[in-house]
Design a protein. Structure first.
Ligand code: ADP
Length: 620
């Protein structure tokens, strides 16, 4: 490509994390290492899409009329594979910033995955991490990139590295626009210089690239827009293959939608829901996966406004004829056409989920397990679809085993005859929820409680005030409409009860909002519940995580007056000379309740007092 090299060759060191990544890539064992080719072809296809897009409005580029394609040449004698595209090419800055450095947060995840793996690593997962270009070091011991950018004033550049610690950049006399990647294959990777093998790999992973791929001059892929075909023309196999191509996933999808609509807006769409939540789904830089095309021309691969945020796990393609020809990213951001498409797509996705929930509960449970948390978060944002979404959210429940789910509708159908509210408990885990003393009344009375154990629940639950005229209530609130427990034998008299409650109030002072007799406790002596102003403990915890100065409101301490400890305290109250034992026990009961809901801040004092109490208890 470059007949004469300019003498100036600059050498650059890779950054430390890049060195580490390359070292791991070069020295790990893989299955499916052929994936490197998919990554290179996909980079070329991106580069071709970029130039095609630019030329919609600007034809003042190098080689404006050259065919847009990818060429692969093999040489068994020199053990090389060469891949050339007529894409947008790279500037010096691109080479240094994009090829020379670790870009995405996913790369570090990949490093960890490689480090923690004992056996061979499945290279198919590379698609999920965005290490792209560097995956070629799985099979090559030296990589050369020759490139020239589409800008008319660009220069030819050559980037070269053996992946061990540094790379070089030099100027070349390259005349044509585009990029050529030359892999010098490792000695034992000669298979990737074999025609049949490369053809097989292209068929398997890159069949749906938007541009022709030529191998030794022969076109090998089917440049074929599946979404343009009618449903009956598309085979299940092709759908799976296309899904894998577009998502980088190596499993089949959980399900798909194939749409062709004509009306106020016309568009075609092929959308998939993955079987597993993709990596980084909750991270800020998560890449959305619906590709937008305008009359078969690729516009953008991370169209955010085609779906609501809660559906960001959806992968696929939307192709419409209704966008202006000179679409830009700005146009796509507030296009009424896309807003309309989004509305239709959202409805269709909800319809599909509804269908699964009715006809295929295993599939729907799987959806809930993988995406339920994100889906639920939509309840507080997507108000247009809230009613439909309320029917589709699922929760764990005291009436079900761990890992099983119920809908609000199922809950309401099972409610006790006099039960008015839907009850839920917020907790960090199912186990913590089940141990919450505030649940004792509900267990004893056979009332189902929804167990909300995901972080978003603390925000979601209060945002659903009612479902079918039933209030949603946290079992931690103080104003629950509970049946008064029947007066048990040995229960204290009214006077005794008032006396001990007063003593609690005196000892605890302004640590609590109030002290009350409890109707909800069966086995525990005391519990803390939300007072007039406060919020659930779990909600408070979330607030504290976001704002370290956040102070929760005071709680109400509820006392189980029939608990043996309380009965003992009533008896002791009159005989205890200086009152110190009763007071210590009261503090201990209060702090014990704090401890069990996870809010005790001074465990040292608690333990010290407990030791003193044990000394007294064991000394007599
Ligand atoms: P990713 O493709 O996920 O961005 P890569 O490491 O594969 O990560 O590529 C890094 C960047 O290098 C690309 O985003 C692109 O800017 C540039 N690049 C790679 N290959 C090419 C190519 N054939 N033509 C133009 N640019 C390329």
């Amino acid at each position: 490509m470059s007949e004469k090299q300019t003498p100036k060759t600059e050498t650059f060191e890779f950054k430390a994390e890049m060195k580490q990544l390359l070292h791991l890539i070069i020295h790990s064992l893989y299955t499916h290492e052929e994936i490197f080719l998919r990554e290179l072809i996909s980079n070329s296809s991106d580069a071709l899409n970029k130039i095609r897009f630019r030329m919609l409005t600007d034809r003042d580029v190098l080689d404006a009329d050259v065919e847009q394609k990818i060429d692969i040449l093999l040489n068994k004698d020199s053990n090389t594979l060469t891949l050339t595209d007529t894409g947008v090419g790279m500037t010096r800055d691109d080479l240094m910033k994009r090829i020379g450095t670790v870009a995405s947060s996913g790369t570090l995840d990949f490093v960890n995955e490689l480090k923690n793996n004992d056996g061979p690593v499945d290279a198919q997962m590379i698609g999920q991490f965005g290490v792209g270009f560097y995956s070629a070091f799985m099979v090559a011991d030296e990589i050369t990139v020759d490139t020239r950018h589409a800008n008319a004033d660009s220069v030819g550049l050559r980037w070269k590295s053996d992946g061990s610690g540094s790379y070089t950049i030099e100027e070349t006399k390259q005349a044509e626009r585009g990029t050529t990647i030359t892999l010098h294959l490792k000695e034992d990777k000669g298979e990737f210089a074999e025609d049949w093998r490369i053809k097989q790999i292209i068929k398997k992973y890159s069949n749906f690239v938007d541009f022709p791929v030529h191998l030794e001059g022969e076109e090998v892929n089917t440049v074929d827009a599946l979404w343009q075909k009618s449903k009956s023309e598309v085979k299940e196999e092709e759908l799976n293959e296309f899904y894998k191509f577009i998502s980088g996933d190596f499993d089949d999808s959980m399900g798909h939608l194939h749409l062709s609509l004509e009306g106020k807006v016309s568009f075609k769409a092929l959308l998939f829901i993955p079987k597993k939540a993709p990596k980084g789904l909750y991270q800020e830089d998560f890449k959305y996966g619906v590709h937008l095309y305008s009359s078969n021309v690729f516009i953008q691969d991370d169209a955010r406004n085609l779906l609501p945020d809660w559906a960001r796990f959806v992968k696929g393609v939307v192709d419409t004829e209704d966008l202006p020809l000179n679409v830009s990213r700005e146009v796509t951001q507030n296009s009424p056409v896309l807003a309309k498409i989004r509305q239709i797509l959202t409805g269709k996705i909800l319809g599909m989920l509804k269908e699964w929930s009715v006809e295929d509960s295993d599939r729907y449970d799987n959806f809930t397990r993988e995406f339920g948390m994100l889906f639920k978060s939509g309840l507080s944002m997507d108000f247009d679809n809230r009613d439909q979404m309320l029917e589709l959210v699922r929760f764990e429940s005291s009436a079900k085993e761990a890992g099983e789910y119920v809908s609000l509708e199922q809950y309401v159908d099972r409610m006790q005859p006099e039960q008015k509210a839907i009850y839920y408990v917020l907790a960090e885990s199912r186990q913590a929820a089940e141990m919450n003393p505030n649940l004792e009344y509900f267990k004893a009375n056979d009332i189902e409680v929804l167990l909300m154990t995901e972080p978003v629940d603390a925000f979601i639950a209060p945002s659903i005030p009612t479902y079918k005229d039933h209030d949603l209530k946290s079992v931690e609130t103080s104003d629950l409409d509970l049946k008064k427990s029947k007066k048990k034998k040995g229960a204290p008299t009214k006077k005794e009860s008032e006396g001990i409650l007063d003593r609690f109030k005196k000892v605890l002072g302004d640590k609590v909002e109030d002290v009350k007799a409890s109707d909800r406790l069966v086995d525990s002596a005391a519990t803390l519940v939300v007072g007039k102003e406060g919020m659930d403990t779990q909600m408070e915890r979330m607030m504290k995580m976001m704002d370290e100065n956040f102070e929760g409101a005071k709680k109400v301490l509820e006392i189980n007056l029939t608990h043996p400890l309380v009965i003992n305290l009533i008896a002791l109250r009159d005989n205890d000379e200086d009152g110190s034992l009763v007071d210590s026990a009261i503090l201990q009961v209060y702090e014990g309740a704090l401890l069990s809901d996870g809010s005790l801040t001074s465990p040292q004092e608690f333990v010290k007092r407990m030791t003193e109490l044990m000394v007294q208890a064991t000394g007599k």
